[in-house]
Design a protein around this ligand. Sequence first.
Ligand code: MD3
Ligand code: FE
Length: 216
Amino acid sequence: MQNDLFGTLTETPSREEIAEGAVLLRGFALTEEDALLVDIALVAEAAPFRNMVTPGGFTMSVAMTNCGRAGWVSDRRGYRYATDDPLSGKPWPAMPDSFLILAQSAAAAAGYPAFAPDACLVNRYVPGTRLTLHQDKNEKDFAQPIVSVSLGLPATFQFGGMERTEKVTRYRLEHGDVVVWGGPTRLRFHGVLPLKDGLHSSLGATRINLTFRKAM
Ligand code: MD3
Ligand code: FE
C-alpha cells in the first residue's frame, strides 16, 4: 500500500514475472476500463464479432473481431493476418487510442519499451467457450511480445511448454489483468478452459480478451 500526499491509500500495481520474459500485471487495465468498453463497442459496430472456421472445418467457440492495420483470420484456407475484414471487404477499424496507449504502457512496464502493435485481436467468450492449446506463430517477428488484456468474467488460462504434450500451469485471469508475453515464452503453448457461468458487473455473462501483436 502507498499513502500519497492526500492521504489516499492505493494498492501498488502488482508485477509478477511468471516465466522468463512473461510479466503478469494484475489490475493494470482497471483505470482505463470505461474507455476500453466504449472502444470495444465501437470496434464491434464496424467489424462485428463472428465465429471463424478452422482449416479443419470446425467453427471456433470464441467469437472474434480485430482492429488495427492487420487482423487475424481463419478459414478453410488457413490462419493468417489480413488487412481487410473478410465479412465487409473493408479495412479493419483503426486501433483506438485507448487500446494503443494501454498496450504500450503495459509493454514498457514489462521491459519492452519499443512495442508497436499493428493488430489487436478481440476475443469474446460466453459460458462454455474455450480455446484449445495452441501457439501464436502467424506473426512475422517473434522478438516482439504479445500483450493480453482480460475483461469481464474470470477465466482459467493454461500455460504450457514448447510442445503440446508438456504439462500446463493454470492461472486465473481476472477483469483488468494484463499479461505481457515475450522472450522465451512467446512461442509456448497456451489455451483457455471452458468459461464458467457467472455475471460480471459491467460485462454480464461475457469475457473479452484483447491481444496486441506486431503482426506484419
Ligand atoms: C502466451 N487468447 O488470442 S490471452 C489468442 O484469453 C489467445 O483469449 C487467449 O491465446 C485469450 O491467441 C489467451 C494470453 C496469451 C496470448 C498470447 C500468447 C498468452 C500467450 C502468446 C504466447 C504465449
Ligand atoms: Fe494465443
